[in-house]
Design a protein around this ligand. Structure first.
Ligand SMILES: *[C@@H]1O[C@H](CO)[C@@H](O)[C@H](O)[C@H]1NC(C)=O
Ligand SMILES: *[C@@H]1O[C@H](CO)[C@@H](O)[C@H](O)[C@H]1NC(C)=O
Ligand SMILES: *[C@@H]1O[C@H](CO)[C@@H](O)[C@H](O)[C@H]1NC(C)=O
Ligand SMILES: *[C@@H]1O[C@H](CO)[C@@H](O)[C@H](O)[C@H]1NC(C)=O
Ligand SMILES: *[C@@H]1O[C@H](CO)[C@@H](O)[C@H](O)[C@H]1NC(C)=O
Ligand SMILES: *[C@@H]1O[C@H](CO)[C@@H](O)[C@H](O)[C@H]1NC(C)=O
Ligand SMILES: *[C@@H]1O[C@H](CO)[C@@H](O)[C@H](O)[C@H]1NC(C)=O
Ligand SMILES: *[C@@H]1O[C@H](CO)[C@@H](O)[C@H](O)[C@H]1NC(C)=O
Length: 784
């Protein structure tokens, strides 16, 4: 009996584990990662640098889901966990954003890390307001009203924040046709009696930031109104200068900065300068001369909306487009592109300027909107409940009150590992729009394993584990260009997948070397058997010499060798277990004869009889033609020394007639299998015999001793008989002749009679009746 031994169970277990491994692979992204770097780039996968070779329990993978990685020694585990450090938290009554600097290192690709940030609406936060006014002709009444309302504006703002400062600037347009009606040189003062012919300018900074209301009104009063021809104005030149000329304007470092851009006209944008022959683009720099006049107006084009937007963002300036209703819609379009900007409806005479500034300022200062400078490799999300309780994804809170603290949860997700190594440590600025405060985030996206880098823990150059043909990195060999294999044991540079492909018959097969060998450099090394007589072989270890058919416990019945699961039988044997003789000997009845008595086929050494026959040699066949002819020559030669085998053929008789032939006084059928035969010898005597088979199927014949001969025939009686027969024949011939002649004569006579009758009919006139005697033509035949 064949009992599976421990090796069998080992193989079974390996197969089972391998199967689960192969099946698991499809679903588990960890298991397909073959290097540490690939592993840690899959969320929740961890790497074990220690190669566990034991197969007890679960198959140990080097890359595994964190929860399943139970087998890795802690020092070999590579599982980057994000580390957060709050680097700077400055506390100051005028600081609204906490903390100011945070570092998050070891953030893996695909992983999200949360940290919190607070924004506080502090009381008495300084405010700088720059009033940028269109001083073209139509703004004359506005100027007067502004002058009148200035004290009230300052008063109102001071109530909100005591540290309030303000400045003033004015703009018209580039002093070049077609942007002005006439250049200053050709101006006729009589055409504008109220304003005369003041020099048209693009932008003039009139008053730097100051807390003095009187200075403000004076400045406004002293600002001349200038006529122009072209309706759109050059205000964006002024806007840009007001933002970038920080020192000249006097923007404070820590303050909420506002520019009120007051106009009743549209503004020229980049590209419009061409109309006046100005093609050089705006360089975005401060160009104020000592008189505080913009001097590049005739050299540089208007700024683009993008430049306005960028400088507003960079300088944390909130622009309030205070514009009249007829041009509001176009500024609303601009405002969409400029962060921190808003549009307010200015009365045609600026009567509502105080209310407008107050409302807009409150709206701006009592709201917070977070923005950041993250690149494509990082996604920053903001979650906050603002002042409520429902936390949701949101970067904007409005309607705050002074003293409110808004708690933001900032969620950073490393989306990808950038190819550019320097992009893996981005510095991200997170800040409220229009507030000169920032949270700097030093992020490090971890894309590599330290154990893969030379000098790192677990890195062994030219390692013995890698047959001195490669480096050991995180427990995996990285072979040099002339070696391959999991231990760099193979020559050539095929990768492991290519090598493994060679260890299985096709791609559909997942199991290497039929699960009974190890794939070594693309060749299967079949496992050894505990029994040294047994061997696994074949390119894919698909063959063995011990699993062939057995007979009586003997492999191939002991009559052949086992080759790849198939018996190779010795000469003379056949069958799946080599237990069949190829000769017909055992199918030939003892004492000779046809194979299976001619009534069947010899199969595996025994007869398979036809349907009508039975017996070991199919010798019993009641319905078959008798075999008497087969036995007759032997009966003749053995018993009567006659027939074809007798006399000169005595040797043949002895060789052919080997079965038992006995004589009996009388023979008759005694068993159903017996058949009766007879033949006649030369003496016309009948010889009876019976043939049958003994229990072994051997033929046996019983012959009747005495032939049965017919009695002798008497010669005399035969002679007389013959003579009598002759006479009788003669008589018969004579009689026959007589009968023939008689019939002829009778016919002749009848004919003559008829002829006579005809003649008589021709000349019968009177004599109607005559007889034969009166006829002259009638001749009696008997007389002549
Ligand atoms: C094999 O893993 C399963 C979870 O997949 C766990 O429940 C089981 O305990 C593990 N077996 C061993 C021997 O570690
Ligand atoms: C980060 O915070 C958001 C909002 O509170 C939450 O939905 C998310 O699950 C958090 N993520 C992590 C990794 O903590
Ligand atoms: C404006 O200036 C003019 C002189 O230039 C002066 O007469 C007038 O009083 C000033 N108005 C105000 C309100 O200061
Ligand atoms: C802000 O929220 C985080 C988590 O949502 C919490 O841990 C923290 O205490 C909060 N901070 C403040 C100041 O409310
Ligand atoms: C990587 O990014 C840095 C900064 O963005 C850049 O200076 C450098 O040229 C980039 N290197 C490559 C190879 O692209
Ligand atoms: C690796 O080590 C072997 C012996 O330890 C040495 O022969 C071989 O030159 C080394 N190869 C490299 C690239 O250092
Ligand atoms: C089998 O896999 C090898 C290597 O991956 C590939 O070259 C070959 O085309 C595949 N054959 C089939 C039939 O898919
Ligand atoms: C066995 O019998 C078959 C026919 O049944 C015959 O063809 C074959 O030659 C025989 N073989 C021997 C060894 O007699």
């Amino acid at each position: 009996m064949y009992f599976p031994d421990w090796k069998f169970w080992t193989v079974f277990c390996v197969l089972f584990a391998y199967n689960t491994y192969v099946q698991g692979n499809a679903h588990d992204p960890c298991l397909s990662a073959t290097t540490c770097v690939a592993c840690i780039r899959v969320p929740n996968c961890v790497w074990c640098s220690h190669k566990t070779t034991s197969l007890q329990g679960n198959k140990s993978h080097q890359c595994q889901l964190r929860d399943l990685m139970t087998y890795c020694p802690p020092e070999s585990l590579v599982d980057p966990i994000p580390v957060q450090n709050i680097l700077v938290v400055k506390q100051d009554e005028l600081i609204q954003l906490h903390p100011q600097r945070v570092s998050v290192t070891n953030l893996r690709q695909g992983l999200v890390h949360n940290f919190s940030m607070q924004f506080e609406v502090v009381k008495n936060y300084p405010a700088d307001l720059y009033y940028l006014m269109d001083v073209s002709h139509s703004m004359l009444d506005d100027k007067n009203n502004l002058m009148r309302l200035a004290p009230s504006l300052v008063e109102t703002m001071r109530n909100i924040t005591p540290a309030f400062q303000f400045g003033f600037g004015s703009f018209v347009n580039k002093n070049v046709i077609p942007f002005v009606e006439k250049t200053t040189a050709s101006c006729d003062p009589r055409s504008h009696p109220e304003i005369g012919c003041p020099v048209t300018y693009s932008f003039r900074h009139q008053l730097s930031m100051s807390a003095d209301v009187n200075k403000f009104t004076e400045t406004v009063n002293s600002t001349s109104i200038v006529s122009t021809f072209d309706v759109p104005e050059g205000g964006f030149d002024a806007l840009l200068q007001a933002m970038v000329c920080k020192d000249r304007i006097g923007w404070r470092e820590k303050s909420r900065r506002l520019i009120v851009f007051a106009t009743d006209a549209h503004s020229h944008l980049a590209g419009n300068g061409r109309l006046g022959g100005i093609i050089q683009p705006n360089d975005g720099l401060c160009h104020l001369d000592p008189d505080n006049t913009y001097i590049e107006a005739l050299n540089q084009d208007y700024p683009s909306l993008g430049q306005i937007s960028r400088f507003a963002k960079d300088n944390d300036i909130n622009i309030i487009f205070a514009v009249t209703n007829d041009v509001k819609s176009s500024y609303q379009e601009f405002s969409k592109f400029v962060p921190g900007s808003s549009v307010a409806n200015l009365d045609p005479d600026s009567e509502n300027i105080v209310e407008l500034v107050r409302e807009t300022y409150e709206k701006i200062s009592l709201s917070v909107e977070m923005i950041d400078t993250s690149g494509p490799e990082v996604r920053v999300r903001y979650y906050t409940a603002c002042t409520g309780t429902l936390v949701q994804e949101n970067n904007k809170c409005e309607g705050l009150k002074v003293g409110d603290i808004v708690n933001f949860t900032i969620s950073i997700e490393a989306i990808e590992c950038p190819a550019n190594v320097s992009a893996r440590t981005p510095i991200i600025q997170i800040k409220p729009v229009g507030v000169n405060e920032v949270l700097t985030l030093d992020l490090e996206i971890v894309c590599d394993c330290a154990c893969e880098k030379p000098g790192g823990p677990g890195f062994v150059a030219n390692a013995t584990e890698c047959n001195s043909s490669g480096d050991l990195k995180c427990g995996v060999c990285e072979c040099d260009s002339s070696h391959s294999g999991s231990h760099c044991e193979c020559r050539g540079n095929e990768n492991i997948v290519e090598l493994e492909t060679k260890c299985k018959p096709d791609n559909a097969t997942k199991i290497l070397c039929s699960g009974r060998g190890d794939c070594f450099c693309g060749k299967c090394q079949c496992h050894k058997r505990p029994n040294s007589m047994e061997e696994i072989s074949g390119t894919y270890c698909e063959c063995d010499d011990f699993s062939c058919d057995r007979f009586d416990g003997n492999l191939c019945a002991g009559h052949g060798s086992c080759n790849c699961g198939q018996c190779l039988c010795n000469a003379g044997w056949q069958g799946s277990d080599c237990n069949c003789k190829t000769t017909n000997e055992t199918c030939i009845p003892i004492g000779g004869g046809d194979v299976c008595s001619g009534n069947g086929v010899c199969n595996c050494g025994s007869c398979q009889c036809s349907a009508t026959s039975n017996g070991r040699y199919c010798e019993n066949c009641p319905t078959c033609p008798s075999r008497c002819d087969e036995f007759t020559p032997c009966v003749q030669c053995k018993v009567f020394q006659t027939g074809p085998y007798s006399a000169d053929n005595e040797a043949v008789c002895n060789s052919e007639c080997t079965y038992s032939i006995e004589t009996q006084e009388t023979v008759q059928v005694e068993e159903t299998s017996e058949r009766e035969c007879s033949y006649e010898n030369e003496q016309k005597c009948t010889i009876n015999f019976v043939y049958g088979f003994d229990s072994n199927g051997a033929r046996q014949v019983r012959v009747q001793q005495e032939p049965i001969c017919p009695p002798p025939i008497p010669v005399l009686a035969v002679g007389f008989g013959l003579a009598g027969a002759l006479i009788a024949l003669l008589l018969l011939a004579l009689i026959s002749y007589r009968i023939v002649t008689y019939i002829y004569d009778k016919r002749e006579y009848a004919r003559v009679l008829k002829e006579r009758e005809c003649e008589q009919f021709e000349d019968e006139t009177q004599n109607v009746k005559w007889n034969a005697g009166n006829n002259p033509l009638y001749v009696n035949p008997w007389v002549t």
